[in-house]
Design a binder for this molecule. Sequence first.
Ligand code: SF4
Ligand code: SF4
Ligand code: FES
Length: 212
Amino acid sequence: MIKTATSEQCASITVNGVELSVSPGHSLIQALWKTNHPLFKRASCLEGVCGSCRVMVRYTDESEIRMALACQSKVESGMQVIFPQHLERQSPAMQSHRYQLQTSTPAVEQLHKIFPEVAHCRHCHGCTVACPKGIDVEAGVTLINLGQLTTAGELFVNCVMCDLCVTSCPEDIAPNYVALYARRSTVINKPLPANLAARLQALQRGELKIEY
Ligand code: SF4
Ligand code: SF4
Ligand code: FES
């Protein structure tokens, strides 16, 4: 059973169509956590990094629906919140075997072979509007179609892989995965940073152990 907040000053919000009384001053995830609502389990990092807690929010007196991260959004009385379903990672564009990079073939050529749908972008702007991190996703897709993989990859450096841009795309493009591919393909021929290489070598030698 879902419990309600015990504080005298409760905020009334709607989550996935269910009205809840929660403690104000908390993030949405904290508030749900305190009521033992099952949706608080959508959280992972609690720091706005993992993207797992993405939500659609409509505030009182606003008609606009905003995309946000529940761990980064404060409770406001009257807000309506929807936690969208997570995508099944079955679509061909998201299968890991499609990410194998071959140094023998130009990266742009490989990218369009793996993600042919990216060329069908209809510039509807939906992905950019959906992004809770304020990334101009559509511009990134355009750059990828122009073959500018490095610039496109840099545009997505704050992407948290929340998939909201994928959910919004009428052409079934997964801009976040395409951008990830672009970033990987532009570093594949570069040497590892020295500190990372040293760390990996130390791990291989068994010199770094994790204490439990
Ligand atoms: S680019 Fe897409 S996956 Fe990345 S944060 Fe924005 S909406 Fe989420
Ligand atoms: S939602 Fe899809 S079709 Fe629309 S601009 Fe973004 S990538 Fe292009
Ligand atoms: S829990 Fe990771 S972004 Fe919110």
